[in-house]
Design a protein around this ligand. Structure first.
Ligand code: HPA
Length: 274
């Protein structure tokens, strides 16, 4: 990694550390329509991405584009309301810039969430799915370029990209709350067009249960720099061709809205148990 990038990360870290005066321990990235959990944080400090040195700025509807720092279930958290997507035109290194900044701030655990299309026909819209593994169906990787040895190795292991301990905590939390929880493989495509029915059929044969346009870059980067990572998808719609109806972003946002109470209670319980 170029020194220039390290300098940019450190400038962002210094700005946030100065505003906070404490070290957050858990990072949370809230996906499309799932941002409201951020409002449940106590002693909130909002920091817009646009105010942080070197941060890209979020543009998608339903993504607020700010950090909420504070306390959730007694734990110091950094909640991202909105994230950066490759389809918005950001470079991969911009998409994952917040991960490097969270790592530099001292965060060791990360929960990543997203809205996703259900490929597994056993799923229904509104289901929550633990991501047990992913398929990167793009030829993009945020770690392409000079390696930052201070963060991690040139060829990072991805054989347990989703922490087994965190997966167990999520399962135990869902059981305690009597919430139905699915488990599956998330596949990344760049978007922004939704998939065709033929693509969904092919992705199912490849072993994918849910499809989306985010998360994988952040998970790869967080693993590289030694963070423990968990991922949860909100299945907002059935993927293309499964139902005889077109896909649209409003359906994604409407389902996320319906799920948000269940989603928030699950994430809060998990955070309290980490
Ligand atoms: N495909 C890709 N991304 C998505 C979908 C989908 O069906 N739903 C929510 N994000």
């Amino acid at each position: 990694m170029e020194n220039n990038l390290m300098k940019k990360i450190d400038e962002a870290r210094a700005y946030l550390a100065d505003k906070l005066g404490y070290t957050p321990e858990i990072g949370l990235i809230l996906g499309s329509g799932l941002g409201e959990l951020g409002e449940e944080v106590e002693d909130k400090v909002y920091i817009s991405y646009g105010d942080i040195p070197n941060f890209p700025v979020s543009t998608v509807e339903g993504h607020k584009g700010r950090f909420v720092f504070g306390t959730l279930m007694g734990r110091k958290v950094a909640v991202m309301q909105g994230r950066f997507h490759f389809y918005e035109g950001y470079k991969m290194q911009e998409v994952v810039f917040p991960i490097w900044v969270m790592k530099a701030l001292g965060i060791g655990k990360l929960i990543v969430t997203n809205a996703a299309g259900g490929i597994n026909t056993g799923f229904v819209p509104g289901d929550l799915m633990i991501i047990k593994d992913h398929i990167n169906y793009t030829n993009l990787n945020p770690l392409i370029g000079p390696n930052n040895e201070a963060f991690g190795p040139r060829f990072p292991d991805m054989s347990a990209a989703y922490s087994r301990e965190m997966i167990q905590i999520i399962k135990d939390s869902a059981a305690a709350l009597e919430l139905k929880l699915q488990e599956g493989v998330y596949v990344l495509l760049t978007g922004p067009s939704y998939e065709t029915p033929a693509e969904i059929k092919a992705l199912r044969i490849l072993g994918a249960d849910a499809v989306g346009m985010s998360t994988v870059p952040e998970v790869v980067t967080a693993n590289h720099c030694g963070m423990a990572v968990a991922g949860i998808s909100c299945i907002t719609n059935m993927a293309a061709g499964i139902l005889d109806q077109p896909l649209d972003h409003n359906e994604v946002m409407e389902t996320a809205e319906k799920v948000k109470v269940r989603f928030s209670s699950l994430i809060k319980t998990v955070v309290g148990r980490l």
